[in-house]
Design a binder for this molecule. Structure first.
Ligand code: JFZ
Length: 482
């Protein structure tokens, strides 16, 4: 008898356990007040433009560029823009650094030209990082560029110079503000605490309104430092502010790192829908496969050294090469994402030589291969070891990073896929041989593109496949699916 009860209990437990994954997979549809306000991607013009960018530049700049990862002879290995949080760094000394911030070498036009030469189509610029120092003359605090020896409105100069080069500007803003008296990380406990946090919320709103009002040509806001319990606890405030900011600039783009729903879920809401216009969590990491992006728009923000955003005079550890970064650009495009490369100018306003060199090398590659990146869409053909597929202008692009020893690029086209008719190098239009190579056991059609033996390249290169007609890999098909 006892035994049977036990058995029954075990069976019940087993069936519950077995049904768990099913429950977890099934999307709930709780009515949420502050969850996602849209399911699926935005298809308006502003977002369609953003989606085509392919490559962006991130700039982290602020007073942390002065210490550059060092204080009083000590070396701080963490991210340079976090030095104020380091135990060896006196907060007072940090909070007075702005009195020395005088970046006489800063030249917004030169930065913008360099970004353009690199091939960047948008910029994400730090107006205020966690330290709270504002690169625009905010009227709501004294802790701004206006009170530094430099005085000039750096945000304005950046917005104007980049916009003049045809580069869209998105402003980075940290919710965390270590300088504001009312700022809290943990949930405010006492009434006094709550009152002070209220002052912080209205300060945050006021500053964001300043940004959208002062710089109306910006295309979006890139939020950071939104992980504090205190902030997560304010879903209604954040949601209203989100709507208010959008009402100021039509088409304004705000990613998934701004606000949480009423259950405290950030990024994806309690129903599993993305909050905001695109996924912002691809930070120093790329998806392995397009299935990981859940059909959402996304961008990947990447540092050149391992984890330095602001200027650190001493890059240690592995520093990515332009070849590494170019592969990330291609890989992102092949999975429908934008790639955003970070720069950390020094305290005088110089872009460091390592970054200048990389920008130049990426730019040279983008000039030749950019048609395979900008305004491209993914191709639903099986990925091959030689590199990545994208499609643009009705063609399929083969971005070759690993040239096979036998010079044959294998292509597997699903049986209902479209037929390639010819192949040529993107760089000079020279034809390359395209041969049908039969079918595999899955009935996929195989083709070989033969790279001429005498073709030499020390950079990744692109071969374009002309297609017989629109394929099921066409942008229209991509969009119909989402
Ligand atoms: C944040 C900042 O703390 C950092 O200084 C830098 O500005 C970076 C772009 O953003 O750091 C993060 C934020 C989110 C994650 C990791 C680091 N994340 O989601 O994994």
């Amino acid at each position: 008898m006892k035994n049977n009860y036990l058995k029954g209990g075990l069976l019940l437990l087993l069936s519950i356990l077995l049904s768990l994954p099913v429950l977890a997979q099934r999307r709930s549809s709780l009515p949420l007040k502050h969850g996602a306000h849209r399911v699926g991607i935005r298809t308006d013009e502003a977002m369609n433009t953003w989606r085509k960018h392919g490559l962006g530049q991130f700039i982290h700049w602020g007073v942390y560029a002065i210490p550059g990862g060092h204080w009083n002879g000590a070396y701080y290995p963490g991210a340079a823009e976090w030095i104020r949080a380091w135990s060896g760094m006196p907060k007072d000394a940090y909070d007075n650094l702005y009195k020395e911030f005088n970046p006489v070498k800063f030249d917004a036009k030169q930065w913008a030209r360099q970004a353009k030469d690199m091939g960047a189509k948008y910029l994400i610029f730090t107006t205020k990082h966690h330290d709270g120092f504002c690169l625009w003359p905010s009227a709501l605090t004294d802790y701004t560029i206006a009170n530094s020896p430099y005085k000039r409105d750096i945000v304005k100069e950046i917005v104007d110079a980049y916009t003049a080069e045809g580069i869209d500007v998105i402003l980075y803003f940290s919710i965390i503000d270590w300088n504001h008296k009312g700022y809290r990380s943990a949930l405010p406990k006492s009434e006094k605490d709550k009152k002070e946090y209220e002052t912080f919320l209205s300060f945050t709103r006021g500053q964001l309104l300043e940004l959208v009002e002062n710089y109306p040509t910006i295309k979006g806001l890139w939020f950071d430092g939104s992980w504090d319990k205190a902030w997560i606890n304010e879903p209604a405030f954040a949601d209203e502010l989100d709507a208010e900011l959008r009402s100021k600039i039509p088409g304004l783009i705000i990613g998934s790192r701004f606000r949480a729903d009423e259950y405290g879920n950030r990024g994806y809401d309690t129903n599993g829908d993305l909050i905001g216009d695109y996924e912002q969590s691809w930070e120093r990491a790329l998806p392995n496969d397009i299935s990981e992006v859940n059909g959402n728009d996304w961008d990947c923000v990447m540092t050149i050294p391992e984890n330095q955003w602001g200027y650190h005079s001493d890059w240690r550890g592995y520093v990515k090469t332009s070849d590494d970064l170019i592969e990330m650009i291609a890989k992102s495009a092949s999975m429908n994402g934008n790639f955003v490369l970070n720069f950390g100018p020094d305290g005088l306003g110089n872009i460091r030589p390592e970054e200048t060199k990389i920008a130049k090398e990426i730019g040279e590659w983008m000039k030749i291969n950019g048609d395979a990146i900008y305004a491209s869409a993914p191709v639903e053909w099986k990925k091959q070891g030689w590199g990545y597929y994208t499609q643009s202008n009705g063609n399929v692009n083969l971005l070759v990073f690993n040239r096979p020893i036998n010079n044959l690029l294998t292509i597997e086209i699903p049986k209902d896929g479209q037929t390639p008719t010819s192949a040529y190098f993107m760089q000079d239009g020279k034809r390359v041989e395209l041969k049908s190579a039969g079918k595999n056991k899955f009935n996929a059609r195989l083709y070989h593109v033969e790279i001429p033996k005498k073709f030499k390249s020390d950079k990744p290169f692109t071969i374009v496949l002309k297609m017989a007609e629109q394929t099921d890999a066409s942008p229209a098909y991509q969009q119909a699916k989402t």
